[in-house]
Design a protein around this ligand. Structure first.
Ligand SMILES: NC(=O)c1ccc[n+]([C@@H]2O[C@H](COP(=O)([O-])OP(=O)(O)OC[C@H]3O[C@@H](n4cnc5c(N)ncnc54)[C@H](OP(=O)(O)O)[C@@H]3O)[C@@H](O)[C@H]2O)c1
Length: 293
């Protein structure tokens, strides 16, 4: 398959590009800068210059491909406005990509997040949240999955809170950044809340499997660790950075504070059974040992 990938230079995207190329696919990757274009070319992919807001470029990328993987998302999470802007941009991009594929039966796998369900571990059958600071992402993904009835083999690959590689990435990466800034490895709440996690190289395999074979309109969980206690995550970060480990107010984490404070374990039992996905790379607490002071 020739696959159009957005976000192909990111933590997850670079692993997805390598996974696709290593399994006989060709990759056309969106690149918004010279550096990004250079990175995707060095990875062995072809670059398509443009940003997520360039809807004509996105449509052209989808039109010349056999399938699409959508991963790009803005990195500025520092204010509610910046986060809302990233959600709006992604929503328009997904709508444009989906429209381009209507009636073609071609696949599009988009990134999503594992849902949280009060009092139990979430599964692939649970609906996505559509409220809160990132509720708009859930609504965009649901609109894309609805295109299953209009000849698009759309699937959602749901990521846990931390997708990591070499100790970096995801919510644990944001905790590490905050610890470096504050001089304290802080965690919100009492630290017993659990976040699920996966290694980026394992998540990449699931994107490929979903693109190759998942039925239209389905959702999958790229979950390796069902839930690591946030205090345990902060403890490894503090030890690696030589910093004290302390509870801190959730407001310290900006718009993500309320999400950081929630217990949100997730299961991937159905994904493993139905798609034969088996994570093989290190879990989060082991991978965080790669953090350098
Ligand atoms: N990592 C996690 O733990 C995690 C967890 C749940 C969900 N997710 C989601 O998974 C996706 C990928 O995550 P990641 O951790 O791999 O992200 P990342 O490392 O921050 O990479 C983001 C990617 O998106 C691209 N991008 C951002 N804004 C863009 C724009 N306006 N136009 C074009 N490209 C743009 C970046 O390109 P440049 O190289 O040009 O900057 C980069 O390739 C995101 O949607 C993220 O929200 C991640």
């Amino acid at each position: 398959m020739r696959v159009f990938v957005t976000g192909g230079t990111g933590t997850i995207g670079s692993a997805v590009v390598a996974e696709l190329l290593g399994n006989g696919h060709a990759v056309l990757a969106l690149a918004r800068s010279d550096d990004s274009a250079q990175a995707v070319k060095e990875a062995g992919a072809e670059a398509l210059r443009g940003g997520l807001a360039d809807l004509d470029v996105l449509r052209a990328g989808a039109a010349q491909s056999d399938g699409v993987i959508s991963l790009a998302f803005g990195r500025d999470y520092n204010s509610p406005d910046a986060l809302a802007q990233a959600v709006t941009e992604e929503s328009a991009a997904l709508a444009a990509l989906g429209e381009e594929l209507i009636g073609s039966d071609r696949p599009i796998a988009t990134v999503s997040g594992t849902p949280w369900v009060r009092g139990r571990t979430s599964t692939e059958a649970d609906p996505l949240p559509t409220d809160g600071p990132v509720g708009g992402r859930g609504r965009s993904v649901m609109a894309l999955l609805d295109l299953a009835s209009r000849g698009v083999r759309s699937t959602a690959v749901r990521m846990p809170r931390t997708v990591h590689n070499e100790g970096k990435g995801g919510f644990a990466g944001l905790l590490t950044d905050a610890a470096r800034r504050a001089g304290v490895s802080g965690y919100p709440g009492d630290g017993t809340q659990r976040w699920p996690a996966v290694h980026a190289l394992d998540a990449a395999v699931l994107f490929r499997l979903a693109l190759e074979s998942a039925p239209a309109g389905t959702s999958w969980h790229a979950v390796s660790d069902e839930g690591d206690a946030v205090r345990d995550i902060a403890t490894v970060i503090g030890r690696r950075l030589g910093l004290p480990v302390e509870a801190v107010p959730q407001e310290n984490f900006g718009p993500f504070g309320p999400i950081f404070a929630m217990d949100q374990p997730a299961s991937s039992a159905h994904t493993r059974d139905a798609l034969g996905w088996r994570p093989t790379h290190p879990g989060l607490l082991d991978d965080l040992e790669n953090i350098q002071p």
